[in-house]
Design a protein around this ligand. Structure first.
Ligand code: NAD
Ligand code: TYD
Length: 348
């Protein structure tokens, strides 16, 4: 297969390519990425010269550029990761989310159906559990939970999911959708909870917990997500949606305390010293309280289950950020500093 991986220079896309390019020499992988602030080609250094890998800079919001990329690279499968992905940025400036996540997905769908016609090719759409909105104290998201997005980010992902399904039902485009819970692991841009807290704890900076820190996320190690996507691409049913989750519900404040413990252990300090850096800051508007995924469909139908436990995955992740200072220095460009200043100033 010729597989176009959009957003392959971001967190999950890069982990996906690093895992699959060496393993599947029979497939050719085209990494189509705009290279926004969230991308980093150095994350792909290990596969950059692989004969079955090509990088092509592409803005999916540009319809004619997408057309040309389909002409040039002739993919017969698209695995669509590319998106603006950070909720706080979608509150600060939602337009880019509409352009990349909605228009961008639409452009890819249109080029795919033009090139493939009916019942040919495969469009795999990578989405999030945030489309389902917020849970109360009980219950879990299943594949037919009603969509109820809260943020411009989740609303844009919900819109893209609807377009993907519409292209299947109306035009016969072969599609598959996965909705996954929060990922953690190496190569995540340090604007998201786990890298922010790990790096701040390591540097003795305040640990900014939104609201009371009682919001719950269901954490999944990134390569477990990548393996699940690959299972669905290769064995899943066309037209189906699969929820992916780790069965790892943790309150934000507990995540931060675990990070303090792991960083303290690494630095030979006392965890309480790092916990004293915890600072409660103004809550995120529209902050979803709890996410939890019921992944029994993918477990039952495709035999997928996560390989990492929370304990093993978290330790590996925290150590990765502490060990890979070169990667960290590289991503903390001027743009990164601007964001940190904008998001955390006057939040106290
Ligand atoms: P990320 O922000 O780390 O990376 C996104 C990548 O997409 C970047 O390389 C960026 O350059 C690229 N991109 C953005 N706009 C583009 C455009 N217009 N054209 C081409 N490329 C563009 O995101 P991530 O965390 O790796 O998430 C990847 C996908 O997985 C997203 O669709 C996201 O909604 C979904 N997802 C993420 C999580 C999570 O916890 N991170 C969970 C579930 C689903
Ligand atoms: P995040 O990593 O942004 O993922 P998402 O919003 O997509 O779930 O945030 C995870 C949780 O951590 C979310 O409840 C918001 C919270 N959070 C903080 O408390 N402080 C922070 O500095 C960040 C970035 C997030």
């Amino acid at each position: 297969m010729r597989i176009m991986v959009t957003g392959g220079a971001g967190f999950i896309g890069a982990n996906f390519l690093n895992l699959l390019v060496p393993r599947h020499e029979e497939h050719h992988f085209i990494n189509a990425d705009k290279l926004t602030y969230a991308a980093n080609l150095s994350s792909l250094a290990g596969i950059a010269d692989a004969p079955n890998y090509t990088f092509a800079q592409l803005d999916i919001a540009d319809a004619s550029a997408v057309e040309e990329a389909f002409e040039e690279h002739a993919p017969d499968c698209v695995v669509h990761f590319a998106a603006e992905s950070h909720v706080d940025r979608s509150i600060e400036g939602p337009r880019a989310f509409i352009e990349s996540n909605i228009i961008g997905t639409f452009n890819l769908l249109e080029s795919a159906r033009k090139r493939w016609g009916k019942d040919n090719g495969l469009f795999h759409h990578v989405s999030t559990d945030e489309v389902y909105g917020s849970l109360g104290d009980t219950g879990m998201f299943v594949e037919d939970t009603r969509y109820d997005p809260s943020s411009p980010y989740s609303a844009s992902k919900a819109a893209s999911d609807h377009l993907v399904r519409a292209h299947h039902r109306t035009f016969g485009l072969p599609v598959k959708i996965t909705n996954c819970s929060n990922n953690y692991g190496p190569l995540q841009f340090p604007e998201k909870l786990i890298p922010v807290m790990t790096l701040n704890a390591a540097e003795g900076k305040p640990l900014p917990v939104y609201g009371e820190g009682l919001n719950v996320r269901d954490w999944l190690y990134v390569t477990d997500h990548c393996e699940a996507i690959w299972k669905v691409v290769t064995e899943g049913k066309v037209g189906e949606t699969y929820n992916i989750g780790g069965n790892n519900e943790v309150r934000n404040i507990d995540v931060v305390k675990i990070i303090c413990k792991l960083v303290a252990e690494y630095q030979g300090k006392d965890a309480s010293e790092l916990e004293s850096l915890i600072t409660y800051v103004k809550d995120r508007p529209g902050h979803d309280m709890r996410y939890a995924i019921d992944a029994s469909k993918i477990e039952r139908d495709l035999g997928w289950s996560p390989a990492e436990t929370f304990e093993t995955g978290f330790r590996k992740t925290v150590h990765w950020y502490l060990d890979n200072t070169e990667w960290i220095d590289q991503v903390r460009s001027g743009e990164y500093r601007n964001w940190i200043e904008k998001n955390y100033t006057n939040r106290g």
